[in-house]
Design a protein around this ligand. Structure first.
Ligand code: BES
Ligand code: MN
Length: 444
């Protein structure tokens, strides 16, 4: 065990599950650990309270005339469910087969700690950093960052910077440095269809009243056509076309061929919008997914019941220039019009976030590419991401700066799933990458 891995293991032992009220103190304790680590490195470190989990900000001594770089990360993690599917306990990190196994190992503690340790190493080796640095770490990314945009608004001046760097996205294949320049946005909702006042005997009443489970199945089935295109009126109105260079580049990206999607997902076949490759469908096209659906008897055996209600949880992934509020309104209208007879519809809107895309060929994008080349010794690929980090477009709207996404999450890192893991190789590469990045961003 190296001192770097010792640090990571300590960080990973905090069960900082932001969505779980029972973990509130653990999330705070994790922020406390970060505070101690950053203070110990000689950075000026502050813990900021929010209505939810705390934000941690740390900075070196800023000097006039240097570039100011913000590095963002999140110290909260997803729940571990289902716990029985983990090979080793999620908050007792283990080193096996060259990987660190724990919840948060890739998403995002391992990737963000690599940045911290890169800075620590540079400070040890050089005595100072080549840039003005701001570390911004939050504990609510996995619940949609509800308190971070107001925090940015309130502290716009203190947080002023020239560029933001984040390692919280994908790396297309081991050893292939990956610069992300886009993220999908998101809008979530839950819908509930209600029929009879209580669950009924399906023989005594079935046939005379509508069944909410049947109705929700119909409503959900009507959201896509047979090819998987979304049928909500106006859904594609504001979708920005893919650029020819993107299609050309993505066709050659290692790890993003149709075969790779089949292998990594374990699905029997690919399916989706005609006219687009799997990578294009995920990185540059909007989607509507059912995240959960239910109603009626779910136990062993049979129960002849006509359920009183049924639900579905839905999220849309959005691309530039779709607007989450506009899509939500279109979806609500569609669901209202298409609700089958005999039931009532309730819609509960959830969290949302805007899509993001930047130019990876900008001067700072090129600096990031140089840093990746240096850290990995090979040519970086440029991709957009299927996942979302909603605060990234807020960074642009509020602070006026673009974000560089230097992802280290491999396709088999199992983020959000049991047996999440991070390769020691990427952890070490992340430390090198941070050092190269600050050096390159300091140049003109
Ligand atoms: N790190 C992920 C996002 C991600 C993962 C982007 C892999 C690209 C590749 C992030 O922590 C995440 O899971 N975000 C949520 C956001 C949501 C809760 C608002 C997501 O994408 O579902
Ligand atoms: Mn995540």
């Amino acid at each position: 065990m190296t001192p770097e891995l010792d640090d990571l293991f300590e960080f990973l032992r905090f069960p900082s599950v932001s969505t779980d009220p029972a973990r509130r103190d653990d999330v705070r304790a994790c922020a406390g650990w970060l505070m101690a680590k950053l203070t110990g490195m000689g950075l000026a470190t502050e813990l900021h309270e929010t209505p939810g989990h705390p934000v941690v900000v740390a900075r070196n001594d800023h000097e006039a005339g240097r570039r100011t770089v913000m590095i963002y990360g999140h110290y909260d993690v997803q729940p571990v469910d289902p716990p029985e599917l983990w090979t080793s306990p999620p908050f007792e990190p283990e080193l096996r087969d060259g990987r660190i196994w724990a919840r948060g190992s890739t998403d995002n503690k391992g990737q963000m700690l690599a940045h911290i340790l890169g800075v620590e190493k540079t400070l040890r080796e050089e005595g100072s950093l080549p840039v003005n640095l701001i570390f911004l770490f939050e504990g609510e990314e996995e619940i949609g960052s509800p308190n971070l945009a107001p925090f940015l608004e309130a502290r716009r001046d203190e947080l002023a910077c020239d560029v933001i760097a984040i390692s919280d996205t994908g790396m297309v294949a081991p050893g292939v440095p990956t610069l992300g320049y886009g993220l999908r946005g998101i809008t979530c909702l839950e819908m509930i269809l209600r029929g009879p006042a209580r669950d009924l005997h399906s023989g005594v009443f079935g046939g005379a009243v509508a069944n909410p489970a049947t109705a929700i199945a119909k409503l959900v089935a009507g959201l896509h056509d047979a090819d998987g295109r979304v049928l909500v009126d106006g859904f594609y109105d504001d979708v920005r076309e893919l650029e020819p260079w993107e299609r050309e580049m993505w066709a050659k990206v290692p790890g993003a061929a149709e075969r790779d999607f089949l292998d990594v997902t374990g699905s029997p076949a690919l399916f989706g919008e005609p006219g687009f490759t799997a990578a294009e469908r995920v990185w540059a096209r909007p989607t509507l997914e059912v995240n959960g659906i239910g109603g009626g008897y779910q136990g062993e055996g049979s129960k002849t019941v006509l359920p009183a209600e049924a639900f579905a949880k839905i999220s849309c992934r959005l691309v530039p220039d779709q607007d989450p509020k506009d899509i939500l309104a279109k979806l609500e209208r569609h669901l209202g019009v298409c609700t089958p007879p005999g039931v009532t519809l309730e819609i509960r809107p959830g969290h949302d976030g805007k899509p993001y895309a930047a130019d990876p060929h900008s001067p700072l994008g090129k600096a990031a590419q140089r840093a990746l080349r240096e850290a990995f010794g090979s040519e970086p690929v440029l991709i957009r991401e299927g996942g979302s980090i909603p605060i990234v477009q807020d960074f642009r709207d509020i602070l006026g700066v673009d974000t560089l996404l230097l992802g280290l999450a491999l396709a088999d890192a199992q983020i959000h799933s049991p047996d999440e893991n991070f390769t020691v190789e990427n952890f070490e590469a992340g430390i090198r990458m941070n050092q190269a990045l600050l050096r390159e961003l300091a140049r003109d």
